[in-house]
Design a protein around this ligand. Structure first.
Ligand code: NDP
Length: 294
């Protein structure tokens, strides 16, 4: 039997509609408009595209967008000063520093500079620490893992008590994803490049989240029948028939996996659209925090 295909575009549209409605209400009731600042250092084309997509989505949802672009050779002090100004700006609720930063900059130090209440990416160590600790809650949850949780809810997947296997332990996806699932009472296993028996772990998993950046590495025969698969990976593979000469695939071999899984996200159209939607939701939340403080 073929799996339920989790439609990330549809779920993301629903989240964005909810945000737009709440933004309209906030303007009407409080005469207040949420604002998101993006900081782009350098001219990396992929980063510039991501920033543009975020700004466009802000405009569509009625969120004020402030775009700051700095030259690639900006100094640590210059970048931190820009963040400090945004911290002090009452019209800016969320600050997003587009990663990766150029190699000469200390990324951790820049992220540490962001005001905790404006950390809409959820990467501030205090937010991550709260995510990890029992009985504590972060102000913001990193956007891609938060999007994966929405998709699991859409699929109706029972998380409490489930065996969850996360492939990848990066700070932006794998690690926070594992912490979120643990908070939701799953039993979590994190696999990485040194894991010896990946297939053995996967075959026990009711929930699989793949975030390794290895094209179609997870195949149907590695999965437990009926499991839910969330494929975060975005990989280019050569395809002479495609207009651009390549196509995008996930970390999971969709064709074989969908015959074994109970539910699965496609790539593209699964996790991808969720990340920006959750960023908008976090920005709204930041505005709510600012409003509550008067
Ligand atoms: P990183 O490269 O930071 O981390 C990859 C992780 O995968 C590491 O923990 C690494 O292990 C592990 N890994 C690598 N190879 C293997 C292997 N053969 N077996 C098991 N584990 C392995 O990647 P990111 O977390 O940033 O991104 C992962 C994927 O998700 C990428 O394809 C990226 O493009 C995509 N992505 C998609 C987003 C979206 O919005 N949909 C957002 C962010 C990322 P180790 O720690 O041992 O090195």
């Amino acid at each position: 039997m073929s799996a339920y295909i989790i439609d990330g575009k549809q779920v993301a549209s629903r989240v964005k509609e909810e945000v737009a409605t709440a933004v309209t209400r906030m303007k009407e009731e409080h005469n207040y408009t949420p604002g998101l600042a993006t900081v782009l250092v350098g001219e990396d084309p992929a980063s510039a595209t991501y920033v543009r997509m975020k700004q466009r989505t802000c405009e569509k949802l009625g969120i004020r967008s402030v775009g700051i672009t700095l030259p690639a050779d900006s100094s640590q002090t210059e970048v931190e000063e820009v963040v400090a100004k945004l911290n002090a700006d009452p019209e800016v609720n969320g600050i997003l520093v587009q990663l990766p930063l150029p190699g000469h900059l200390d990324e951790e130090a820049v992220l540490n500079t962001i005001d905790l209440e404006k950390d809409v990416d959820g990467f501030h160590p205090v937010n991550i620490g709260r995510l990890a600790m029992k009985g504590r809650n972060p102000l913001f949850i990193p956007c891609t893992p938060a999007g994966c949780m929405e998709l699991l809810r859409d699929a109706g997947t029972e998380i409490s008590g489930a065996e969850a296997v996360i492939l990848g332990r990066s700070n932006i996806v794998g690690l926070p994803m594992a912490m979120l699932l643990q908070k939701a009472n799953a039993t979590v296993t994190i696999c990485h490049s040194r894991t010896k028996d990946l297939k053995g772990h996967l075959q026990q998993a009711d929930i699989v989240v793949a975030a390794i950046g290895r094209a179609q590495m997870v195949t149907g025969d590695m999965l437990k029948p009926g499991c839910t698969v969330i494929d975060v990976g975005i990989n280019r593979v050569d395809d002479p028939e495609a207009k651009r000469g390549y196509r995008l695939v996930g970390d999971v071999d969709f064709a074989s996996a969908k015959e074994v899984a109970g539910a699965i996200t496609p790539v593209p159209g699964g996790v991808g659209p969720m990340t920006i939607a959750m960023l908008m939701k976090n920005t709204l939340h930041a505005a709510e925090i600012a409003l509550s403080k008067g």
